[in-house]
Design a protein around this ligand. Structure first.
Ligand SMILES: NC(=O)c1ccc[n+]([C@@H]2O[C@H](COP(=O)([O-])OP(=O)(O)OC[C@H]3O[C@@H](n4cnc5c(N)ncnc54)[C@H](OP(=O)(O)O)[C@@H]3O)[C@@H](O)[C@H]2O)c1
Length: 247
């Protein structure tokens, strides 16, 4: 059983009406990029907690998490109002298998995320391991509107640091925005527009995929990938698709 410890809010960054990030100082144990922990607040005398993926990388301080204020989410609606200096409960040990240790060797790594599902990818990409293991890395962030395309500065820094081995592709589904793909990820894999935009081959012999975020995106993308010969990556039967559903 992981221990609860008390952390302190360093910063609450309100990005849009629904999206915000918290920076937290807490004496947590080391974790592996891609893992999640639990965050909690005492609300009406009871600790309410939910799992959240680390956006910050192992060893990085302050810790960082990316949130969506779900309309009926008691915790996210309380978290959005926390202020610097406020206390927050956090589990000392992280957990989860959405990590590079679980991903077999390949030339190309595709990271497909929606909304706050970007978080574990940024945690992983800000470590050295993916750049040592893969020739090409494609990060895809699919959102409804341009305003939801966050962490652009961090992504630009990754681009600058890793040059041609890194491709970033944004999808905006409910607005037409130049420089981004319009529509949804599964359709763009099916008609190869995503592969063309990223200029990286996507086939079972050379590629691994990590999918994170909206469970419907994960389900529909897996269905398309299966028609192209990909399979889910399991410990006993390695494949090419590693997934994390966010709700
Ligand atoms: N964003 C988050 O991090 C987050 C976290 C927890 C819960 N939620 C819940 O998700 C809802 C909205 O979140 P959101 O604004 O981030 O949008 P979202 O509905 O998760 O959409 C994000 C992107 O995923 C696409 N998408 C949705 N279903 C898909 C599918 N079956 N296949 C492929 N792509 C798909 C959307 O396209 P379309 O525009 O075409 O639908 C959009 O481009 C809220 O009800 C919220 O409670 C969101």
């Amino acid at each position: 059983m992981a221990n609860w410890i008390e952390g302190s809010i360093i910063e609450n960054l309100h990005w849009t009406e629904n999206l915000f990030s918290l920076r937290i100082e807490a004496d947590v144990d080391s974790f592996t990029a891609g893992q999640f922990t639990s965050l909690g607040l005492v609300i009406d005398g009871e600790r309410i907690a939910r799992p959240y993926s680390y956006l910050s990388s192992p060893g990085q301080r302050p810790l960082e998490f990316f949130f969506y204020t779900a309309t009926d989410g008691v915790l996210s609606n309380a978290l959005v109002d926390v202020k610097p200096g406020d206390a927050i409960w956090i589990k000392q040990q992280a957990t989860g298998f959405f990590t590079l240790d679980e991903v077999p060797v390949a030339d190309n790594l595709w990271m497909l995320g929606t909304g706050t599902g970007l978080a574990p990818f940024l945690s992983i990409l800000n470590t050295d391991e993916p750049w040592q293991r893969f020739k090409n890395i494609v990060l895809v962030h699919a959102v409804r509107t341009q305003a939801d395309l966050l962490y652009q500065e961090m992504i630009a820094q990754l681009q600058q640091k890793h040059g041609d081995s890194f491709a970033f592709q944004a999808f905006v589904s409910r607005e037409v925005i130049p420089g981004t793909l319009h529509g949804r990820v599964p359709g763009a894999i099916e008609d190869s527009s995503l592969q063309h935009a990223a200029n990286v081959p996507l086939n079972p012999a050379t590629s691994q995929l990590m999918l994170c975020g909206n469970p419907d995106m994960v389900k529909d993308t897996v269905a398309v990938l299966k028609t192209q010969g990909f399979s889910k990556n399991r410990r006993r039967t390695p494949g090419q698709i590693t997934i994390e559903n966010f709700w």
